[in-house]
Design a protein around this ligand. Structure first.
Ligand code: ZN
Length: 579
């Protein structure tokens, strides 16, 4: 019996060896042509923070030939590209671009949220376990540890045994870190305390030499006292945006500057330092710093120099700071947009010279739009307003007391049913989320479903509140996916990180934001952004199919023949892929 088995094993072994030899011979013969099409050498993701789709239309005739106009004419552009989540903030959307995932899957539900485990507010990228590199030692350090799942860059690195290089650059840490991903080579952002381009020990133990050299030249300091003037003649601006200093433009607390051109960039300081570096954010000049830093990255990291595709993402943040301060219908936003167009032209020309645009896939998008300043919207009859959070929470508190303390006992046993910040002793209210104090609800045996309904009903009585969703409702799937607001709330909700009740304001109304102009809503002025892809394999044209920047990741993955990022739910934009 044993011998029989042995013989059979030997026979099988011989057959296997013979097959392998035959196969090897066949493989060794030269193939007539390499049928595998070449991958592009570089993927360049260009993001402009707070760039509404309509900026392409309102200012498009003033664009230069080598910038956005080149992307529009040589690339595929989607006219109906909207985020399908809320809140439409920087971090959730920057996470969506290269993961293809909603915040519900990426876990990046806001720029900040409440970490229930510690009772502290965290940012999307804050990480106490890493050290800052390149800035001042007291700086907070950041990493992609809160990002759930992989990016296109992570998958590319996996597919190439780490030969692919993946680098993210921005003024904001979150905008540099999130598109690059967890397994990126590096992310760099601008430190407003040192004026340097910095990173963290998440990526390496010390900055590459070229970064230190870049910082030693003090790239920010040359803009001290710079005058920001209009790029074109004033009448072009008046024609599109009205007068330069309308009453609704409030410049906030930035000293040494007014809301009129020209803007002198000092922050009110007498020499470069923290105050000035912070003021510099509100000018177009940090975009210039990013362009030269990106050029240095391309040269020194040899991006796009071999057949293993590299990824560079560059996210321009100046547009967001300027937009928050002056609003979408200002001379300043128009001017920073025109300047960004030229800056993108410079970057594309550089890539053309160094890598070749025929070897480069360029994707262009934004993380969100912005709403008109509420006072301007109100003046135009659009019913703009600012809802006060204190009033909102007061109404909710009163409803909770009416239901759970009907006799009006003092102290009110229901006074701590909403979760409070242990420092300020004020109720948490972040990203339109209200939080329950689970310990107190458990103590008094309060049914979470029931108190949720009490809060939702109360919130809906507040003037300016359009919708209100409870955790139980969202988790149960008791929302309609054909209703865009409900769907976007659902896509923005992560069970472990979101609050217990989500409040949605009416169009043109801000939930307690004191900045001049802001974004975050599920309305088109915040969700409608450009999505453009240009490069090998892409058919140029204007496409009217619905799209979202979350489609960039699966589309790039398809073009690069990669496994899509782990949580990608976007679609491949097949209408523009050359067959
Ligand atoms: Zn943003």
């Amino acid at each position: 019996m044993r011998r029989m088995n042995h013989r059979r094993t030997l026979a099988v072994y011989l057959i296997l060896v013979l097959t392998a030899v035959t196969f090897a011979q066949r493989r060794a013969q030269p193939t007539p042509a390499n049928t595998q099409p070449k991958r592009p050498r570089l993927v360049l993701l260009i993001v402009v923070d707070q760039f509404r789709y309509d900026y392409l239309e309102r200012f498009g005739d003033l664009f230069a030939a080598n910038g956005l106009r080149r992307l529009l004419s040589d690339g595929a552009s989607w006219t109906q590209s909207n985020y399908d989540h809320m809140p439409t903030y920087t971090a959730p959307s920057h996470a969506a671009m290269m993961t293809g995932a909603y915040p519900a899957e990426s876990g990046i539900i806001g720029n900040e949220w409440l970490d229930r485990a510690t009772g502290k507010r965290v940012t999307s990228v804050s990480d106490e376990s890493v050290k800052p590199l390149g800035g001042n030692p007291d700086e907070k350090a950041s990493s992609p540890r809160r990002l759930m799942g992989s990016t296109v860059g992570d998958e590319l690195r996996l597919a190439t045994n780490d030969r692919a290089k993946v680098i993210g650059i921005s003024v904001k840490d979150r905008s540099a870190i999130l598109p690059a991903g967890r397994h990126a080579n590096a992310s760099y952002w601008f430190s407003t305390t040192s004026g340097n381009m910095v990173s963290s020990s998440y990526y390496f133990n010390e900055l590459p030499n070229w970064v230190t050299t870049f910082n030693n030249a003090k790239p920010a300091d040359k803009y001290f006292g710079a005058k920001w003037e209009r790029l074109l003649s004033e009448n072009e601006y008046v024609r599109r945006a009205g007068p330069d200093t309308p009453s609704w433009e409030k410049v906030g607390s930035l000293s040494g500057d007014t809301n009129a051109f020209p803007h002198t960039i000092t922050g009110g300081a007498t020499s470069p330092g923290r105050v000035f570096y912070n003021a510099l954010k509100y000018s177009p000049f940090t975009n210039d710093i990013l362009v030269s830093f990106a050029q240095q990255a391309i040269v020194n990291e040899q991006l796009g120099q071999d057949d293993d595709t590299d990824i560079l993402s560059v996210s321009f943040s100046a547009n967001d700071y300027v937009g928050h301060r002056f609003g979408p219908y200002s001379h300043e936003v128009m001017d920073v947009t025109l300047r960004t167009d030229r800056q993108i032209g410079t970057l594309l020309d550089f890539v053309q010279a160094r890598v070749g645009l025929s070897n480069t896939l360029v994707a262009f998008t934004s993380d969100h739009g912005v709403s008109p300043i509420p006072e301007q919207a109100a003046a135009l009859g659009l019913d703009g307003a600012r809802l006060r959070i204190a009033d909102l929470l007061g109404t909710i508190r009163a409803a909770i007391s009416a239901r759970y303390n009907p006799q009006g006992k003092t102290p009110d046993p229901a006074a701590d049913y909403l979760l409070k910040d242990s420092g300020t002793m004020r109720e948490w209210f972040i990203n339109g989320n209200v939080y329950f104090n689970y310990d107190a609800l458990r103590r008094d045996n309060i049914n979470v479903d029931e108190i949720s309904q009490v809060v939702v009903a109360a919130a809906l009585t507040i003037p300016g509140v359009a919708r209100c969703f409870s955790r139980t409702q969202l988790l149960r799937g008791a929302t309609s996916i054909t209703d865009p607001i409900e769907r976007r709330a659902l896509h923005g909700f992560h069970p472990a990180r979101s609050g217990d009740v989500v409040i949605v304001a009416e169009p043109y109304k801000y939930l307690g934001d004191s900045t001049t102009a802001t974004h975050g809503s599920a309305y088109s002025y915040d969700t409608h952004v450009p999505t453009i892809i240009m490069g090998p394999g892409i058919s140029a044209g204007r496409y009217f199919d619905p799209a979202t920047p979350g489609d960039i990741a699966p589309t790039l993955s398809a073009l690069l023949r990669l496994t899509p990022p782990s949580n990608a739910t976007g679609r491949v934009l097949i209408e523009a892929i050359r067959k």
